[in-house]
Write a protein that binds this ligand. Structure first.
Ligand SMILES: Nc1ncnc2c1ncn2[C@@H]1O[C@H](COP(=O)(O)OP(=O)(O)OP(=O)(O)O)[C@@H](O)[C@H]1O
Length: 257
């Protein structure tokens, strides 16, 4: 599914949030959106989901204007995504039941997807009985069960510790490889963007404009991101975070001859 943002501008009353954003996201591409807090990244995601409309401009899905939410475009949030009164299996199955699939068939599919995210044996657990990482695994299963053509991820692992986040990034990458959806990922974690994305868009503060775009397609990536150290430094610099140690302190001591 191709997503196109055409001259998007967004204002909330007097607040100018997005200033003339245009980009095409190709079918199967994973584009990460990074930028300062409150610059409008989630707003762009909500527009692609059909939950928010641009003040000016258009969001197109395979050439047709977005008119509202659709199960083909699935939004996934940071946390609290599961219903606490339903088991993990029931939560995952619900995504299919909403689309008219009978409960028994939906639960069978849910078991399959829970196994894919390594939650076999936890089908009957309630969300509060499992860890945050396990809840997000279940949320991933729920996102993928309906075979979305576009996945809109809003800080999906933002509430997890660094190690759990990395294992979840691996799970997500495997699911994406198998299912091939187009993905828009909002993240504050530059390493997450470097690891997962084919392209990274770095936004300015409000009103958001793209400061710079980084292309990472065709790189075989691992969590060792040393190959991308210069890019990482540049992205952090654009975000106003200076990664270099104090230049003077970083100088090796001169060796007396
Ligand atoms: N429905 C709304 N009504 C009014 N203002 C809104 C609405 N949605 C978002 N905003 C405002 O628009 C701005 C951008 O919000 P948005 O959530 O898109 O930013 P963000 O870049 O995703 O931020 P963060 O990284 O902190 O999640 C914020 O100032 C926010 O308060």
């Amino acid at each position: 599914m191709k997503l196109s943002f055409k001259n998007i501008e967004k204002e909330f009353s007097d607040l100018r949030v997005i200033a003339d954003f245009s980009r095409d996201i190709s079918d199967g591409e994973l584009v990460a959106l990074v930028g300062p807090s409150g610059c409008g990244k989630s707003t762009l995601l909500h527009m692609a989901a059909g939950l928010e409309t641009p003040t000016r401009g258009q969001v197109l899905v395979d050439g047709a204007p977005v008119r509202g939410p659709h199960p083909e475009r699935t939004l996934m949030f940071q946390e609290n995504a599961l219903y606490p009164w339903l088991t993990l299996a029931q939560n995952v199955a619900l995504a299919l039941e909403f689309q008219g699939v009978a409960k028994a068939a939906a639960l069978k599919q849910a078991a399959f997807w829970l196994e894919k995210v390594q939650l076999r044996g936890f089908e009957q657990y309630f969300p509060h009985q499992v860890s945050g990482g396990m809840r997000q695994r279940a949320a991933l299963a729920r996102a993928f069960i309906s075979h979305p053509k576009a996945l809109l991820l809003d800080e999906p692992f933002g509430a997890l510790d660094a190690l759990t986040r990395m294992t979840l990034q691996d799970v997500l990458r495997q699911l994406i490889r198998e299912a091939g959806p187009t993905v828009l990922l909002v993240t504050h974690d530059v390493d997450e963007a470097l690891f997962l994305a084919d392209r990274i868009l770095v936004f300015s503060a409000r009103p958001a404009t793209v400061l710079k775009e980084f292309n990472l397609a065709h790189h075989e990536k691992t969590h060792d991101l040393s190959e991308f150290a210069a890019m990482r430094r540049e992205i952090l610099g654009l975000l106003g975070i200076h990664a270099e140690a104090d230049a003077a302190a970083a100088q090796p001591e001169e060796i007396a001859a």
